[in-house]
Design a protein. Structure first.
Length: 272
């Protein structure tokens, strides 16, 4: 077994061969996607259906797929001021390749305090909380310990505006699909209630907590949820790039010299 090998022995066992269970293609013939013929069995599948099957190896219900779509749709903001959209727009404004611009924008979407980072930490928080509660610890005590340790409760709190305008729409969609009764979704709301009782009004639930709790109720692991979230903001990026590409080059967010608050080393004379 290669799992019991290491060093040169392991490398030699893997040289010249790809061992895979996720699929392969035979040009001119067919393609296999996780054990299924892609064209025969998935030719009319929803793209989200194929995407999450590729991530998890399991099929989701039509209701779950609609909710996963909704998670993406409700946060597709075509606002060029947003950090990741700005990357796509700047690329368009200097006439870079759309692929390069959009890929770069996706790459910076997985920030530590915005985008992918909080989502990953939020679902990890819920799984740790569930383990603690199942072990007999009250949820309120677990939250108090988290706060006392100096940990930030990812999924709660939002810069500028504590109210997250996306939550009513997503929770409404979950209720309409019969997916708002999961234990993690209820826990997410209970955590917010406890935080309010503890005098933390700024730590209201944000999109990361709601989406993470819904993902956990669908049985997604932390890594599966992280991969699902990769295109979370993607639909908002192309409009920013397209509009920026229509502007004269270099005119997107130009900064004049007197607009820079420089506090470094002063002017120096060149030594001859």
């Amino acid at each position: 077994m290669t799992s019991q090998m290491k060093g040169p022995e392991l490398l030699a066992a893997e040289a010249g061969i790809l061992r895979t269970r996720v699929g392969a293609c035979w040009p001119g013939s067919h393609a296999i996607f996780r054990g299924h013929d892609l064209h025969q069995e998935f030719h009319d599948a929803d793209w989200m259906d194929l995407y999450v099957y590729g991530i998890t190896g399991r099929r989701f219900t039509p209701q779950q797929l609609r909710l996963l779509h909704g998670i993406w749709v409700n946060t597709s903001y075509p606002d060029t001021r947003l950090w990741n959209n700005r990357v796509a727009a700047l690329a368009g404004n200097v006439r870079s390749s759309p692929v390069l611009g959009l890929t770069a924008a996706l790459a910076v979407s997985e920030a530590r305090i915005y985008g992918g980072g909080p989502g990953l930490r939020a679902i990890n928080f819920f799984y740790r909380a569930r383990k603690a509660v199942d072990g007999g610890q009250p949820l309120r005590e677990f939250i108090s310990q988290e706060l006392a340790s100096g940990r930030h409760l990812y999924g709660y709190g939002r810069p500028i505006e504590a109210h997250d305008e996306r939550l009513p729409w997503l929770s409404g969609l979950a209720r309409s699909l019969g997916l708002a009764d999961g234990s993690y979704f209820r826990m997410a709301q209970e955590v917010e209630r406890i935080l309010m009782e503890l005098g933390k009004p700024a730590l209201r639930m944000n999109y990361a907590a709601m989406t993470a709790s819904l993902g956990a109720d669908m049985g997604l692991s932390a890594r599966e949820f992280q991969i699902f979230r990769v295109p979370l903001f993607f639909a908002g990026m192309p409009p920013c790039l397209v509009e920026a590409a229509q502007k004269p080059e270099g005119t997107l967010f130009p900064t004049p010299c007197d607009g820079i608050a420089y506090e470094g080393v002063g002017k120096r004379a060149w030594k001859k």
